[in-house]
Ligand binder design. Sequence first.
Ligand SMILES: [Cu+2]
Length: 325
Amino acid sequence: MTAAPTDSPATAAPAPAAPAAIVPGSVGHMIPTSGIGEPDGRMGLQTQVTPIGEEAAAFHDGPLLWLCAIISAFVLLLLLYTMVRYRRSANPNPSRNSHNTLIEVVWTLLPVLILVGIAIPSIRLLSHQYSPPPADVTIKVTGHQWYWSYNYPDNGVTFDSYMLKEANDPNRQSTQRARTDNDGPPMLAVDNRVVIPAGKIVKFLVTADDVIHSFAVPAFWIKQDANPGQVHETWVKVDRPGVYFGQCSELCGARHGYMPIAVEVVPQAQFDQWVAQQGGKMLGGAQVVQASAPAAAAASAASAPPTDGATVAATATNQPATAQN
Ligand SMILES: [Cu+2]
């Protein structure tokens, strides 16, 4: 515990409002787990970490996929059978049948029953999706060309979030720190992540200030259009601390592909600490007590893997005006 990252010289004497060096593993800079919350080349859905996502993925990977497979196989076999059995060479005189009441009733009723069978669990899932429990944390998400900004109205925290460019990106300015693997995959890592508490109901109020964007995080099963002049709502409850990546999912202009989303889920105590670091307060005016040094060190050590101290000593914030290019 003594060799915790927070004891490194880079952060030994933080001055107020001075850009702090980034400590990999600290709150807001948790190191992502590969294969969780990010694409890993698999064919199927990302591992779901919200109750809605688990319900939806189980429905998709189970009954829906089987139904698709069985219907496709049945239709294919029926076609093959018909082509062979009723080929012209074996049937010189074609049948004159044009009606068969029994078959017509079956091929009308059966698809209707299948659709009803799909609709009932679908509507149940939708209703779960649209009836969130009361929110513990509310975050207003605003899409811009081409970055996201986040506002925690109850906590008084507001910031912008830009994609981190690669070190060799000619468009990267000297004031912008480059992406490292600790930040996440290329094109998905951001400078300022949305931080949310684990196991709590988090409500996202989604809007945009220019064109239509879409706030989407695959591991949460959320994809909500961000429309100018409108506020839409979606919610998550994530029990597993970690980093989860998403992208703008509505074609919004030239840099649509460069406005990723990164959500960091941390235990409530670390969330409170993070809010305080951002100059915010907890809902209800509760006094946030800054974690004592040993507690903070222990928390950092617990979430940080062994590191060679390759601290990214760069400016902690990118200037929106210069980062947009
Ligand atoms: Cu967009």
